[in-house]
Design a protein around this ligand. Structure first.
Ligand code: FBP
Length: 555
């Protein structure tokens, strides 16, 4: 059995492709500085909160004689937040660059996320360890966590651990919240003369860490391909049995990038886009009505089956729910201990009736009890509602069914409706990275080391021109403060990286909007199949439709 090849054993030997300029060898790469960066919101508060790391210069790398210092580097690395395919390759790229620069250089992996750093819970990463994880999914090499680094005590502990190991830099691989951590830590170290640089890497399947400098966060490509394969399979099943409406919720937190990309890949009958729901102020019952329209139309043509795609953050974008959630967040943050002491739902409702506006309280009261409970669950350490745990797909299936019963009673609907619900999230977060993610992540890790070697701190590692071939990709770095704005979190205004939501005037949404009526009424299902790792380049190295449409729009 042991000598049977598996994808895992074969993937160990995949050599990630890197941009042409990174192939020059670490001694032949120079840093080139561009103009000074501002911030996403031009909010003066960002400048004040980050006096040491605000307004630094953009950096790109090019072939040329090295501009880097050749001092010994002891680098710590942290995987932070939700898993995203390719995290191990960021570490592999970082490790390979670090060892190419000097055999004495050391890479420490802090375990279980940011708390690994403050608790000094680490392993020294060796070539043997790295080789067991090359091109594999998951974050199991060192684990991950969601601890927010924000207190003076945590910063002091991090500084003490760094000093104990003689560390020169820390690389934080994470999403918007984790890279916010990176920026805050970089500022603290710079302000307290702690000689440790901090570099971030853009991770998240959600695709919402995206801006003019970050074209895509890693993991989005693989996760959307995995979900699209599953949706395509369900569509084939639905079109074979012709008896179920499938309601599929997809991860993605607030942003609908994942749902949109999967819709572009598979052509479901309905795909809700949270950002559109918010922009048009569509109520919960109208959202359900848009699904009912497709069900009724298809039933009239004898098609009592279909597929509805629901972004997991939808609930937060429905106007009355958004108001309710904002009030809940403030009330639960302000009186957290009082609330935690309440045991029954009835007691909690009593507490809420004194805290919420009468409008929000009546919205809360008409929700099914399961959804009420889910809305009251703990916020994550960054103050976010845990939307992955709110069963919006079930809520919409129930509302659709109820409305169809009314229409049937009025003689306006003659079909049969039977629903199945699904939630795809964890199925895609630890998949084997696609070739795109394997290559992208390795390049991000390698570039993170170049930033360290060249003395930068408070920067995010960037790889740009992703919509072209790998040869043309451009490696560089951007001050993280450039990506920040102020947002309300846990009842307070905090500096955080600005989340990128789906742009309704962007080409991906526009393309979807042009085709969705046809997809709603007919059966135009598209089955993209499984991710291909070996075979024709046009299949194996294809990026997302989102990136392709964005490229088309730039032409
Ligand atoms: P981040 O990349 O921002 O950490 O989030 C990824 C994600 O998969 C979200 O899509 C989802 O809402 C969340 O993590 C689920 O969190 P958890 O892993 O704690 O269940």
């Amino acid at each position: 059995m042991d000598n049977i090849s598996t994808l895992q054993s074969i993937r160990y030997t995949y050599q990630p492709k890197v941009p042409a300029m990174l192939r020059a060898g670490i001694k032949n790469i120079k840093a080139v500085e561009g103009g000074a960066a501002g911030s996403a919101s031009s909010d003066e508060r960002i400048k004040k909160l980050f006096p040491k790391t605000y307004g630094m210069k953009e950096v790109s790398f090019a072939q040329g004689s090295s501009t880097a210092s050749d001092k010994k580097q002891v680098v710590g690395v942290i995987l932070s937040g939700g898993q995203a395919p390719g995290g191990h390759n960021v570490i592999a790229g970082l490790y390979d660059a670090l060892h190419e620069a000097g055999e004495d250089n050391v890479l420490l992996g802090f375990k279980g996320g940011p708390s690994g750093l403050t608790d000094d819970n680490y392993i020294t990463l060796t070539g043997d360890i790295i080789d067991q994880y090359r091109n594999t999914g998951g974050f199991d090499m060192i684990g991950s966590g969601r601890t927010k680094l924000e207190t003076e005590e945590q910063f002091k502990k991090a500084a003490a651990v760094a000093s104990k190991h003689g560390m020169t830099a820390i690389v934080i691989i994470g999403g918007d919240d984790s890279n916010t951590n990176a920026a805050v830590l970089a500022e603290y170290f710079a302000d307290h003369d702690v000689p440790v640089q901090v570099i971030g890497c853009p991770k998240t399947i959600d695709g919402d860490l995206k801006n003019e400098d970050i074209e895509a966060s890693f993991g989005f490509d693989t996760a959307t391909k995995t979900y699209s394969e599953l949706i395509g399979n369900i569509m084939r099943d639905a079109n074979s049995a012709k008896k179920y409406w499938h309601f599929i919720k997809l991860m993605g937190r607030s942003a609908s990038h994942i749902a949109l990309e999967c819709a572009l890949q598979t052509h479901p009958n309905v795909c809700l886009i949270s950002e559109e729901v918010e922009a048009k102020g569509i109520s919960l019952s109208s959202v359900a009505d848009s699904i009912v329209d497709s069900v009724v139309h298809r039933a009239a043509m004898g098609m009592n089956f279909g597929v509805v795609v629901v972004p997991e953050g939808l609930i937060e974008f429905i106007p009355e729910m958004k108001k309710l959630i904002a009030e809940l967040n403030d009330a639960l943050a302000a009186k957290s201990e009082e609330f935690a002491a309440l045991e029954t739902l009835e007691e909690k409702k009593g507490f809420l009736s004194a805290e919420l506006s009468s409008e929000s309280m009546s919205v809360f009261s008409i929700l099914p009890e399961d959804i009420q409970q889910q809305l009251l669950m703990d916020r994550d350490p960054h103050g976010n509602v845990q939307v992955s745990r709110i069963e919006t797909e079930k809520l919409l299936a129930t509302l659709t069914e109820n409305r169809l019963k009314e229409l049937k009673a009025e003689g306006k609907y003659i079909g049969k409706f039977s629903s199945m619900t699904h939630f795809f999230g964890y199925e895609g977060r630890a998949a084997f990275p696609s070739n795109f993610d394997a290559d992208y992540c390795y390049s991000l890790g390698y570039t993170a080391f170049l930033l360290i070697q060249n003395g930068y701190t408070g920067y995010m590692s960037t790889i740009r021109s992703l919509d072209g071939g790998v040869d043309e990709w451009e490696a560089g770095g951007m001050p993280i403060t450039k990506m920040m704005n102020m947002e309300r979190r846990g009842g307070q205004d905090k500096p955080v990286i600005k989340k990128a939501l789906v742009e309704l005037d962007g080409r991906p949404f526009q393309y979807f909007a042009q085709h969705r009526d046809e997809w709603a009424n007919d059966t135009c299902f598209r089955n993209p199949g499984a991710i291909q790792y070996y075979g024709p380049t046009e299949l194996c190295d294809a990026t997302t439709i989102t990136l392709a449409l964005e490229k088309e729009a730039r032409k």
